[in-house]
Design a protein around this ligand. Structure first.
Ligand code: SDX
Length: 428
């Protein structure tokens, strides 16, 4: 709280709304009493100027391209951390000491298996079901199996549910891939890292041992870290809103997965690679740039633009460097990467993109790496959901513990019919 106010003057009266300041970033003015005092609502479709909560987990400065997790810059975490370390940091607020990291990693590894009956859920899907459809269904179904961790008023149950969700997402995602290719599911191997275990469950087969490629493991770990959390984005806000009604954590994360699936959000990584493949050749880039700029054409450059980043997405920078590194170390080349780099160069020198501050976002280069590792395009958003589960459960826990939080219930500007009387059908 500061001693300053924003004063709103309407119909000859002044109303003061206290200005609140955070540790860094924009201040806010508290409008919770606005409707009671003025009879008016604020109007902010898409919440472009609205803070929905207080949070200490992630800070983004869109103008400077800054992304901090509990104060630590994303590029430092991507370079130096393991995913378990970042998960602990997001959940508990501090980088873990050695013993804390060991205990946390042990706990997570002891929750990696699914209830055996959940495997039968996969048989109910068509083999060509989108992995995100399976993720929505299976994660939502977890609440039917883990009743001992659905009481959100019990901090211990909340943490068990959080550990279960973080631990089981790689198993669920890997099983979705295995089901789509008709291969048997592999059980987790707790002797491997979180990322290595996921790679083995995805690409290993019972017929032979699977050696985790350290280059791939490092790239996958970095991708998971880059996707772990991102302030109050659409899917995180969905998780918070679902959680505000007291819904169990498994249902809340299933809601977040559903929201992330959209091509304007987490679905953009799949859409971006499909777009780059459709462009296919640097000679066709001008045609697509023109379409992106054409108001009458719904086409947008997927993987470009961001609600918050108006300079550059720091995650895209790390992702671009990782794409070069992985392709080189795997001895692979991908013409799509050349198209992506040329498209970025052309777009960033085009007045339309400069004026609208459109830059590559986290989804622009990630598909090139995931494709090089061997994932089918429709698995990309499932990997985003796997990684973002850590951020979702951290934000969900923060919301439940926030004394100021109550059920989310926005209002509206009503533009429909005023009251009118019913007309019998023979009189219409
Ligand atoms: C993620 O919020 C998060 O933090 C999300 C995320 C996370 O980690 O959780 O970072 C993950 O979702 C990244 C974004 C992935 N989506 C895409 O790459 C899809 C393509 N991008 C856009 O659809 C768009 O840029 C959004 C949705 C990302 C942001 O949209 P905004 O903030 O609502 O901006 P807008 O749609 O109002 O666009 C502003 C202008 C518009 O032109 P005008 O109406 O002002 O004339 O820029 C144009 C848009 O037409 N524009 C684009 C464009 N993105 C915006 N034009 C061409 N290509 C694009 N990609």
């Amino acid at each position: 709280m500061t001693d300053r106010n924003v004063t709103l003057s309407t119909e000859g009266k002044d109303f003061n709304y206290p200005i609140l300041e955070g540790s860094v970033g924009p201040e806010v003015f508290d409008v919770r009493k606005l409707y009671g005092q003025t009879g008016m609502f604020t109007y902010d479709p898409g919440f472009t100027s609205t803070a929905s909560c207080q949070s200490a987990i992630t800070y983004i400065d869109g103008e400077k391209g800054v992304l901090l997790h509990r104060g630590y810059p994303i590029d430092q975490l991507a370079e130096n951390s393991t995913f378990m370390e970042v998960a602990y940091l997001l959940l508990h607020g501090e980088l873990p000491k050695g013993s804390e990291l060991h205990d946390f990693t042990y706990t997570i590894s002891r929750h990696t298996m699914l209830h055996e009956q959940l495997a039968t859920f996969y048989r109910g899907f068509r083999r060509d079901a989108h992995p995100m459809a399976i993720m929505c269904g299976v994660v939502g179904a977890l609440s039917a199996f883990y009743h001992d961790s659905t009481d959100i008023t019990d901090p211990e149950q909340r943490m068990i549910a959080s550990h279960r969700l973080i631990a089981k997402m790689p198993t669920i995602a890997a099983m979705a891939y295995k089901y789509s290719v008709g291969q048997p599911f592999l059980y987790p191997d707790n002797s491997l890292s979180y990322t290595g275990n996921f790679l083995r469950m995805t690409f290993g087969v019972p017929a032979e041992p699977y050696a985790v490629n350290p280059v791939v493991e490092r790239a996958m770990r970095r991708i998971f870290i880059l996707h772990a959390d991102h302030e109050q984005n659409a899917s995180t806000s969905t998780v918070r809103l679902a959680g505000s009604s007291g819904a169990n954590p498994f249902a809340c994360i299933a809601a977040g997965i559903a929201c992330l699936w959209g091509p304007a959000h987490g679905g953009a990584n799949e859409a971006a690679l499909n777009m780059l493949r459709e462009i296919g050749d640097v000679k066709r880039i001008p045609e697509y740039i023109a379409r992106a700029k054409d108001k009458d054409d719904p086409f947008r450059l997927m993987g470009f633009g961001h609600r918050v980043y108006k300079n550059f997405d720091p995650r895209a920078k790390v992702m671009k460097a990782t794409a070069d590194e992985v392709l080189k170390e795997l001895g692979k080349s991908d013409p799509v990467l050349d198209v992506a780099k040329e498209l970025e160069q052309i777009a960033l020198s085009d007045d339309y993109f400069i004026e609208k501050k459109l830059y590559p976002n986290v989804d622009f280069y990630s598909g090139v790496i995931l494709n090089a590792i061997g994932f089918p395009t429709d698995m990309f958003t499932a990997l985003f959901a796997l990684a973002r589960t850590v951020g979702w459960v951290a934000q969900w826990n923060e919301m439940i513990s926030d004394p100021e939080q109550k059920i989310g219930r926005p209002r509206q500007l009503y533009v429909g019919q005023p009251q009118r009387d019913y007309v019998p059908v023979d009189k219409r």
